[in-house]
Ligand binder design. Structure first.
Ligand SMILES: O=C(O)C1=C[C@@H](OP(=O)(O)O)[C@@H](O)[C@H](O)C1
Ligand SMILES: C=C(OP(=O)(O)O)C(=O)O
Length: 426
């Protein structure tokens, strides 16, 4: 599908969608718990659906009821046996559930889509093999298999490849019959995502004991609190707040936890540093245009914000430098390359560096036709950039937003933008 966005100001209010990161975590904990849990999650996405599908593959039952899921946990007294885990393009689903499958002794075939089979998995696979699992990856066929029973023990993971490896082991190790140790080597990136994992575990009564280099993790059952609510998604509120910065009468996002542990809450701080007028009250945040000043950004803890913040920077006169973002090359696309290409396609001046972007901003961008590169965050960043364009913006492959935000184009329309969706033949 192609989307064409006409120039024009935005104004209005968007209700936050449920956080994809929180939804994955709470659904996984619920599926491993001692009794049923109601997980309130009013809106779905392809990635959340992937986690639901895989948890069903492992033997849990997830029934969609009203605004959420009734999760009947898997029966830990019965072996999982053979199963199919179709992770789609969701890195979180794959990296969280592979260790869980190992801890449950499942004999799983895992399917992957898009770029997922090429994204890093090696350090996690190495540890699972060390712990007694057989893992074989067929990258070309986008398939892998895991079998064997993961043993309690000491596991080591790097801190700077993907925090999702660490989260996956934090979910898996309490399921083992004896205590384990998880050691994180080197600097930690995406560290706030580990806090989200620890909070989800704590909600289900699990508290890995923090040590200087990682955690000791007791053998312990997941205890359901009965009902859990998925909080609003800061990563996906960010495109609206960034758009609010680029003109018009401001954009408000409601349903946000202003004290959230999500690292992407930093979008408020960064937009304020860039001159945006950021106003918060109760559960909402509003961003209005301001003077737009360039800044330096370290993206080590906010990888998913880089494309949308780069779009604002491209329309901010002066030089903005984004560093600490090498990991963006390992996402749904090489996001340093695809962000630069997309913004340059709209008249921006963006250069890739080894670990980030160098952006020479202009007061306006021109517009043009750009490709989403199969990446939801690039499609949404192009929509943000359209807020600074004097001409129309056409985004090819715009359906990419469905990975995390299926109603994105409808919401953009609700803010007053003229958005035309054109289906493209098979
Ligand atoms: O744990 C999570 O929910 C996520 C962790 C981050 O990945 P990395 O840890 O691989 O950087 C982030 O980019 C991803 O969108 C979601
Ligand atoms: C990288 C992302 O997700 P995942 O790693 O779960 O595929 C994302 O949502 O930007």
């Amino acid at each position: 599908m192609n989307v064409t966005i006409q120039p024009g100001a935005v104004a209005g209010t968007v209700a936050a969608i449920p956080s994809k990161s929180a939804a994955h975590r709470l659904l996984i904990c619920a599926a491993l718990a001692d009794r049923p849990t109601r997980v309130i999650c009013p809106q779905l996405s392809q990635d959340i659906a992937a986690t639901v599908r895989c948890l069903e593959g492992l033997g849990a039952q997830l029934r969609r009821q009203g605004e959420g899921y009734e999760v009947i946990p898997l029966d830990r007294t019965k072996p999982v046996g053979t199963c199919l885990l179709d992770c789609g393009e969701s890195g979180s689903t794959l990296r969280f559930l592979l260790p869980v499958a190992g801890a449950l002794g499942a004999e799983a075939t895992v399917r992957m889509a898009g770029r997922l089979a090429q994204r890093p998995l090696g350090p996690l696979v190495e540890q699972l093999r060390k712990g007694g699992c057989a893992v074989t990856l067929w990258e070309e066929e986008k398939r892998l298999t895991i079998s064997g029973q993961l043993r309690p023990g000491e596991y080591h993971l790097p801190g700077d490849v993907s925090s999702q490896f660490i989260s996956g082991m934090l979910f898996a190790l309490p399921l083992l019959p004896d205590g384990s140790r998880l050691v994180v080597e080197g600097a930690r990136e995406s560290a706030s995502y580990l806090q989200l994992t620890l909070r989800a575990l704590a909600t289900f009564g699990l508290t890995p004991r923090e040590q200087e280099e990682g955690w000791t993790i007791a053998s312990q059952g997941y205890a359901s609190p009965g009902v859990v609510q998925v909080e609003g998604d800061w990563s996906n509120a960010a495109p609206w707040l960034c758009l609010g910065m680029l003109g018009g009468e401001g954009v408000t996002v409601t349903g946000m936890d202003l004290d959230s542990l999500q690292g992407d809450r930093a979008v408020c701080r960064v937009l304020a540093a860039m001159g945006g007028q950021v106003r918060t009250a109760a559960d909402r945040v509003t961003v209005l245009p301001g003077p737009r000043v360039p800044t330096r950004m370290d993206a080590r803890d906010i990888p998913d914000l880089v494309p949308v913040l780069a779009a604002v920077a491209a329309a901010t006169p002066g030089v903005t430098e984004i560093t600490g973002a090498a990991r963006l090359r390992l996402k749904e696309s090489d996001r340093l390359e695809t962000t630069a290409r997309m913004l340059n396609g709209l008249g921006g001046q963006v250069e890739e560096t080894a670990d980030g972007l160098l952006i020479r901003g202009r007061s306006h961008l021109s517009g043009g036709q750009v490709d989403a590169a199969g990446d939801h965050r690039i499609a949404m960043a192009a929509a943000v950039a359209s807020g600074a364009c004097t001409g129309p913006v056409t985004i090819t492959g715009a359906q990419a937003v469905e990975k995390s935000y299926p109603t994105f184009w409808a919401e953009l329309r609700s803010l007053g933008k003229q958005v035309e969706e054109t289906p493209v033949g098979p």
